[in-house]
Design a protein around this ligand. Structure first.
Ligand code: ZN
Length: 105
């Protein structure tokens, strides 16, 4: 099974999966999910971004997709923003376009 840390984005494989609560082997965080879960969120976000829906509908869908991940990294708004940036980047958003998505007015 492959895992990813939602704080430092370290990825690793674990053959022995006996631990009740997983912990990042690099930063010791417990905000860890299966990589598959992270990847499917990325794919959904990519799909939402490329769809021609109204922006507001896209945003509420995207927030829904992200909430199982963001709920793992609370508290800490900066951590949540970092997670969003990571997912958006993985979904194909370029570094210089990230702020357009994350800008709060
Ligand atoms: Zn970590």
């Amino acid at each position: 099974m492959e895992y990813i840390c939602l704080l430092c984005f370290h990825r690793w494989h674990e053959r022995m999966d006996t631990a009740k609560e997983r912990q990042c082997s690099r930063c010791k965080s417990r905000a860890v999910v299966e990589y598959q879960q992270f990847e499917s969120a990325v794919n959904e976000i990519r799909h939402i971004i490329s769809s021609s829906e109204r922006p507001l509908a896209s945003i509420s869908k995207a927030v829904g997709v992200m909430s199982p991940l963001t709920s793992r990294v609370r508290p800490g708004p900066l951590r949540v923003i970092r997670l969003w940036r990571k997912v958006l980047q993985e979904a194909g958003v370029k570094e210089n376009e990230l702020d357009v998505y994350l800008e709060v007015k």
